[in-house]
Design a protein around this ligand. Structure first.
Ligand code: 5GP
Length: 207
């Protein structure tokens, strides 16, 4: 069985990561979305176990100690981490999973799981990014300033990603994400197991 794809999607706050990942799941119903743990308080409407696992700082640190996270990072003054177990189990079943995480976390995933596919989302402009965060209405002035101010630092990580998408239209960005998933699944290196039936060990075709 071919292993599932681990996709990492990062981008500045307000770029539309959540919206795109949800839209992508409509196109690929078997695509799993990793549910992160965080110490940030829930926003109105967010549900424990669905949007995030909302933990106290003590609970979060205990999970770090127990190696419960594939990666974790402090982002905009809160802790966020990806629980390892569900990711590992999904990939082992041959199913795909998408991690919507920040750039520091993506660096850690790249070290631990280099076969991952790393996608960076960009807003069309800083003005549009600010407009989207304000429209969401979830951040106070301090958090908004922190999120907008982080962009310069966040962009430094972009060259380490495999793909970049400017999210100027949801439909076009979902098409691009779908194209990446489809192309990655066709890569020879991801299909070695079943290809071995047709190709000899030295790579020569078998009569
Ligand atoms: P928000 O508070 O807006 O939900 O997320 C803030 C930032 O934390 C976003 O950039 C988001 O991608 C990132 N984030 C969410 N979950 C994780 C995680 O598990 N690990 C890391 N490193 N970042 C995360």
């Amino acid at each position: 069985m071919t292993r599932g794809l681990l996709l990492v999607v990062s981008g500045p706050s307000g770029v539309g990561k959540g919206t795109l990942c949800r839209a992508l799941r409509k196109r690929f119903p078997n695509l799993h979305l990793s549910v992160s743990a965080t110490t940030r308080p829930p926003r109105p409407g967010e549900k424990h176990g669905v949007d995030y696992y909302f933990l106290s700082e003590e609970e979060f640190k205990a999970r770090v100690e127990n190696n419960g996270f594939l990666e974790w990072a402090r982002v905009y003054n809160n802790y966020y981490g990806t629980p390892w177990g569900p990711v590992r189990e999904t990939l082992q079943r041959g199913e795909d999973i998408i991690l919507e995480i920040d750039m520091q976390g993506a660096e850690q995933v790249k070290r631990r799981y280099p076969e991952g596919v790393f996608i960076f989302l960009l807003p069309p402009s800083i003005e549009e990014q600010k407009r989207r965060i304000l429209k969401r209405g979830t951040e106070d002035a301090e958090s908004l300033a922190k999120r907008l101010g982080a962009v310069g630092e966040e962009l430094k990580y972009l060259p380490r990603y495999d793909y970049v998408i400017v999210n100027d239209s949801i439909a076009a960005s979902v098409d691009k994400l779908a194209a990446i998933i489809i192309a990655e699944k066709c890569r020879v290196k991801r299909n070695q197991e079943w290809l071995a039936k047709f190709i000899g060990k030295d790579g020569e075709g078998q009569e």
